[in-house]
Each structure stands twice: as C-alpha cells, then as structure tokens.
Ligand binder design. Structure first.
Ligand SMILES: *Cc1c(COP(=O)(O)O)cnc(C)c1O
Length: 498
C-alpha cells in the first residue's frame, strides 16, 4: 500500500473544478422561491474538497480498511458484546416506509409506532418488567434515565432525603458517572475475593438516605451474582429501588429475567445484546424498563395503544405525555432506525431461538477460558458466563513483573493486531493489575475461536522467546504504537488549508 499517496486527506486530494456528483434537474425552475435575507447569506466561501468519484471511492474505502471492525475480524472486546450485525437488519432499516419525518403526525405513522410498541413489549417480556421506553440513545443514557425514574419515584412520595446510590467496585465506569450526573452521591460496596458483591459489607451502608442500588449481572467479571434476591430484599426493606445495568443481558436471554430477581428499573443496550451497530460513537440505543407502578415516570413521549371503537382488531397507536413523567431525554422517539434493526434481529431469531444466543455465548467464553488457562493467569477460577478475565500472562511466559523485560497485557494486546484480531478489553475491571477481559459472543464459529486460541498461545511462546517482538508490536498495522496521552491532550480534528 502506497501510504504516502493513498493516506492523504481528502482535502489534499482536492483539485479545483473536479466533480464527483451530478444534481437532478431542478423541478422548481421558474417558480419564485423565498429569498434569503442578507443576514442569512454566507459571508465567506466554503473550503470543501473537490474530487472525482473514483478518488472519493478509493479514499473512503482505503480509510475504512485502516480500521478494525466486526466485519473484518474477530473482536473479543469484553463488556461490549461485539456480536455480528446481520445484514438483514440493514436491509429492513432501509425500507422507504421507515424513512419518515420525525414530525409526521401519529395517524400517518401507525406502522412505525406499531414497530416501536412491539419492540417495547418484547423487551418487557424478555426482562420480566412492565413497560419499556426506547427513547434513550445509549447505555449510559439509559442509566441516567433509569436513575431519574428512581429519583422521580422518591420525589413523588415526598421522600427527598434519598440522595445516595450504592454501586459495586466492579461496576462499569458509566454507573458512577451516570449517578453523579443525576445528582446522586455514590457509595461504593466492595466485592469478595470470588468477585461477587459482599453482602455483609452492604448491610451497614443501607439507610433512609439510600435511593437505590445499581447492579450488573452477570457482573463485569462475567460472574453471575447469586445473592441478588437477598440483596434486593435488603435494599427494598430500607426503601431503595434496585437498578439493573443490562449491558450484560446477552447470556441471560431467555434463561432468567431481571424482573423476577427483584430489579425495579433497568436498561438494555440494543447495540450489544440485540445486534445493532456498535462503535464509532453510535448511534446506539439504551431502552429503559420499569416494574409495575413506575410506568408513569418514564420519559415522554410514550407510545401507547388504544382499541378503536369496540373492535379489538383495530388498534390505534398514539403518543402520550404523562404529567408525572421525568420529562424528555431525547428528541422524538430515540434512534428509530436502530430500533428497526433490533426488531429485525428479534424476529429473525424468534422466541424459540433467543435462549440459544445466551447459552452459546456462555459456551464460547468458557471454551476460550479453558483452552488458554495453561498460558494466561486465571485469577477467578470458576465457570463464567459470557466473558471472563485473565490477569496477564503466566509468569513462565511473561516473566517476572518486576523486570523491565516483563511482557504486559498491553504488549499482548498490541501483538494480537498483527495477527488480525482485535484486542480484548484491557486494564478493566480495575480489580487486577494486568486485566484482559475476553468476550467472544455467540456469533463466532468454533474455527474462529480455535484460530484465536492458537494465536494467543503463540503470542505467549513469543513472549518467552523474544519479549522485544511484543514490546515493539504492532508491526503490520497502518500506525504503530500511538501516544495515547498526546492523542487525548492534543487531538487534531481540523484541516487547515495551506
Ligand atoms: C457498555 C456498558 C455500559 C454503557 O453502555 P454505552 O452504550 O456504551 O453507554 C454500561 N455498563 C456496562 C456493564 C457496559 O458493558
């Protein structure tokens, strides 16, 4: 690849007067249109690239090849559920009927509203809760929305002293962040050596100032929290509500339901569990569900169904704004085209196949864990759910961690890129020094898992024989080791014309 030429910015490829487009005939020629006023007109020219179609096609195709995506290689990024995004989802989302203006009156958007309603009802059934909103844009946004539901509930009862929320030390970083944005104070509860929440440490934290508790299950170590019914009872007895971070719902699909375990409010990540695109900053979707009695606090607008006249067969879908609602969290009905994709996924699996997704994700994670335990440190040695954590290479491969030759998790992650695999999540969760969190998902074939296992073993052998090879990796990627700090502190987002 000639990076010097093909690696140029589109602005650098620009030639004055080159064109890669043609506009349709102006149908309005001859009609008098509204003239823009002087103040609305642009005062200076634009700097836009001018290039022919082939140059544009090559430019963006080459740029996409510089990236790693689930369509190009295996992506075992723990806590992210990077499952395959079926192309059927894209086809359905592109149907012209779904391409509606967001201000289309409800009576002309019945199909879209019906789809929204069917997705919210299906999620409610999967979760064992009463009602969902699909309006939030992401998991973290769902957390904030869910916590606002909890706050609205306490406020509606005049219970204003509940300003604290309990969050386990193993929680995803968005949990304390969302709680802080919601104006809640975070109280951390420790985990036991086996990775689950310490119930004894939880008890003294409970009191009249507790709004609720956030839990993830399976937690971010991929472990099933077995004491949830007991924890939920304790939190409810003190007057708090239970929040379920459903980002890890995948392994539980069709097997067990958060609502049955005692959770009151939860979010789901459609871009994880329900196969919609994930990454590049979105667009995502973080539906929020609540148990019976909390529906009125969900964000506006809500999609509701009315039977038409006395016929049960004819239904009308309407937008409803509840006075007790926490208000708006998004424009219109969230990322609607993402909801269409999730609907396509739900229908293509069907009620009978959804539980298989969860079980296979668990099988795949355990298969990798057991195959690699001879080479990587397994700090929590138990059957995992959809993901698990290694604590770096075993000493006989990675060397003594006091020596400069010691091969770290970062080195392994960089070397994996040379073999065409995305790195696992590294240095998270924070409970271990060299954490490497692996989640294969159910969408990978056994052949892909075997290829990954073989490469992980090979990297361990390389670490023993030639640590420098790993310390200087990656060798075959468009860029080598990036200066992460500089990338954050001095990012360059704009092109300045010379
Ligand atoms: C991904 C994730 C989140 C946040 O979801 P986003 O859609 O990325 O905002 C929250 N909790 C857990 C456990 C997650 O894995």
């Amino acid at each position: 690849m000639n990076r010097e030429y093909y690696g140029k910015l589109i602005f650098e490829l620009s030639q004055p007067g080159r064109k890669g487009y043609s506009l349709p005939k102006n149908e309005f020629e001859g009609y008098s249109l509204v003239e823009l006023g002087e103040t609305q007109l642009r005062q200076t020219g634009t700097i836009l690239p001018e290039a022919d179609e082939l140059t544009v096609v090559r430019h963006y195709t080459n740029m996409s090849n510089n990236n790693f995506g689930v369509d190009t290689g295996f992506y075992p990024l723990g806590s992210c559920t990077m499952k395959y995004n079926p192309k059927l989802n894209e086809e359905l989302a592109a149907l012209p009927g779904f391409n509606q203006h967001p201000l289309t009156p409800a009576k002309f958007a019945q199909g879209s509203l019906k789809l929204y309603d069917e997705v919210q009802k299906t999620l409610a059934e999967i979760a064992g809760l009463s009602r969902f909103t699909l309006n939030p844009y992401a998991g973290a946004h769902g957390e904030l929305t869910g916590l606002m539901v909890i706050r609205s509930y306490h406020m509606s009862r005049g219970d204003v002293a509940r300003t604290k929320i309990i969050v386990p030390d193993s929680a995803h970083g968005t949990n304390p962040a969302s709680a802080a944005v919601c104006g809640l104070q975070i109280v951390e509860v420790k985990s036991l050596a086996d990775g689950t929440v310490d119930v004894e440490a939880l008890k003294p934290l409970l009191g009249p100032d507790i709004a609720g508790m956030m839990m993830t299950n399976p937690n971010t170590l991929g472990l099933f929290e077995t004491r949830i019914p007991e924890i939920a009872k304790l939190v409810h007895e003190c007057g708090g509500l239970m929040y379920y971070d459903g980002a890890n719902l995948n392994p539980m699909l069709g097997v067990c339901r958060p609502g049955d375990m005692g959770f009151d409010v939860m979010h789901i990540n459609l871009h994880k569990t329900f196969s919609t695109p994930h990454g590049g900053g979105g667009p995502g979707s973080g539906p929020v569900g609540v148990r019976k009695g909390l529906e009125q606090f969900l964000p506006n607008p809500q999609v509701i169904v009315k039977d038409l006249k006395d016929t049960k067969d004819l239904k009308a879908y309407e937008l409803h704004c509840d006075e007790e609602s926490l208000g708006y969290v998004s424009f219109f009905l969230g990322n609607f085209a993402i909801i269409v994709r999730a609907y396509a996924y739900l229908l293509s699996l069907g009620k009978e196949n959804i539980p298989m997704a969860g079980k296979l994700s668990v099988l795949n994670a355990n298969y990798i864990k057991e195959s690699l335990r001879s080479h990587y440190k397994l700090p929590i040695d138990t059957v995992c759910k959809h993901e698990f954590v290694f604590d770096g290479l075993r000493e006989e491969y990675g060397g003594d961690h006091h020596s400069p030759e010691h091969v770290t998790t970062l080195d392994v992650a960089k070397r994996l890129l040379d073999y065409g695999f995305h790195a696992p999540t590294i240095y998270f969760p924070l409970l271990f020094h060299e954490a490497m969190m692996i989640e294969p998902t159910e969408t990978e074939s056994k052949e892909t898992l075997d290829a990954f296992i073989a490469v992980m073993k090979r990297i361990a052998e390389e670490a023993k024989a030639d640590p420098q090879l790993l310390k200087s990796a990656p060798h075959d990627t468009p860029v080598r080791r990036m200066d992460d700090v500089k990338a954050v502190k001095e990012p360059k987002f704009t092109f300045k014309a010379l």
